[in-house]
Design a protein around this ligand. Structure first.
Ligand code: C2E
Ligand code: MG
Ligand code: MG
Ligand code: MG
Length: 286
């Protein structure tokens, strides 16, 4: 009614919006400072050859070692970073740190020559005009080989890429970099981009792995993803494998690679290096 309308217009609403914006700005500033102060940490989760058990790749996953709140997962800050654009410097930092660490492992352990390092790229990064130059610089600077790097893009990026984005992805692919579609199956039904973009890997979303051993419908969808990857001659990595039974189902349907707590959790660089050296890394080429 009229009284309520007057109350809403009284400025309290504006005050609240103003506070929210201020909060976003403050959190964004804190996040950007964290990047500069090296408060971010990269953890790595192994990707496993489901047949032989070899560790063929590691995925770099960012964490924030917050001075007062402890170790924060991406869920606590990555949405805000997407919104404000802070995900661009964060992503660059993660790529550089992951390549630097992995180049160090390679120098010490010839057995890790074949290991792939997979890094998540936000939609914001992919539309940057200087993306290719940035990645080239990081590879030069760290000495990490382009043909061992895989970039993980979400379906929202690959669905309707503009011409320059397609060109950037083609250039990265020509450099030898792998292109992976993350959380595959969750975004859109359109699959035409698989023919027009230089995709090399599908990462089957965890939602298709959870229940794969108990729900025939889920099993059928997961199998369809595997067949699709085979048809397009793409590597397929199943995400979020938590049990031996899930792993067994995936092997049964011909899925070649997997990642999940059942095999190994994300861990700091020093720990993953020890894990890779003791468990045996890749000799195959995904
Ligand atoms: P993602 O790229 O799909 O990464 C997989 C997520 O699943 C990771 O969560 C990983 O810890 C988790 N996971 C792995 N195995 C299992 C499992 O068996 N069970 C369950 N329940 N979860 C599992 P995390 O590290 O919290 O990262 C969440 C998301 O944040 C990532 O999803 C990715 O979208 C984003 N992210 C992480 N690091 C970066 C980054 O450096 N840049 C960008 N742009 N995004 C990132
Ligand atoms: Mg990923
Ligand atoms: Mg994923
Ligand atoms: Mg996922």
């Amino acid at each position: 009614d009229a009284a309520m309308y007057a109350a809403k217009r009284s400025g309290r609403g504006h005050f609240r919006v103003y506070n929210l914006e201020l909060d976003t700005q403050a959190r964004d500033a804190e996040l950007r400072r964290a990047v500069e102060n090296d408060e971010l940490v990269v953890h790595f989760q192994p990707v496993v050859d489901l047949h032989g058990g070899d560790r063929t790749a590691v995925e770099a996953l960012v964490r924030w070692n917050h001075p007062t709140r402890g170790l924060l997962m991406p869920g606590a800050f990555i949405d805000l970073a997407e919104e404000t654009g802070a995900v661009i410097p964060i992503g660059e930092w993660v790529l550089r740190d992951a390549c630097r660490q992995a180049a160090g492992w390679r120098a010490e352990h010839p057995g890790l020559d074949e290991l792939y390092v997979s890094v998540n790229l936000s939609a914001r990064q992919v539309v940057q005009a200087d993306l290719v130059a940035t990645i080239r610089d990081i590879l030069d600077e760290t000495g990490f080989p382009a043909d061992r790097l895989v970039l993980e893009l979400t379906e929202s990026v690959v669905l309707q890429p503009d011409d320059q984005t397609v060109e950037r992805l083609n250039t990265l692919r020509e450099m030898g970099i792998g292109i992976s579609v993350d959380d595959f199956g969750t975004g859109y039904a359109a699959l035409s981009y698989l023919r027009t973009l230089p995709v090399t890997v599908l990462k089957m979303d965890r939602s298709f792995v959870t229940g794969i051993d108990t729900d025939p419908g889920t099993y059928a969808v997961a199998e369809a993803v595997v067949r699709l990857a085979q048809a397009y001659q793409l590597y397929v990595v199943a995400e979020g494998i938590e049990t031996a039974e899930q792993a067994r189902c995936l092997v049964e349907m011909g899925c070649t690679y997997g990642q999940g707590y059942y095999f190994a959790r994300p861990m700091p660089g020093s720990a993953v290096l020890e894990h890779l050296v003791t468990r045996g890394s890749a000799t195959v080429t995904p």
